[in-house]
Design a protein around this ligand. Sequence first.
Ligand SMILES: [Zn+2]
Length: 114
Amino acid sequence: MSMRNPRMMREKKTIEAMTKIYCNDHHSTGNELCSECQELYEYAKTRLEKCPFQENKPTCAKCLIHCYKTSMRIKIRDVMRHSGPRMLFKHPVLALHHIRYGFKNPEKAPKSQG
Ligand SMILES: [Zn+2]
């Protein structure tokens, strides 16, 4: 249900794209995710579905990382560190949204900002 809102859909796509880039570069799995990265992606999706912020969610760097359990947090951090800069070239639209929402503060998000 919550996955139907555009914000969360995009977030899900971003995570999927980032995980793919990372897996491809580190585990040479081509377009498929290896079982480890698949697990991480499934976990990330679950976290997104349970995210209390939903539409107002800040991006992963600010928010996701804090709700992940330790082992997954370490993995997703690596994925983001690796894939973050590469996203600009491979998925510029997703990356730009990501950057834009990165400045949002979940507690007191300004209502009109551009
Ligand atoms: Zn992998």
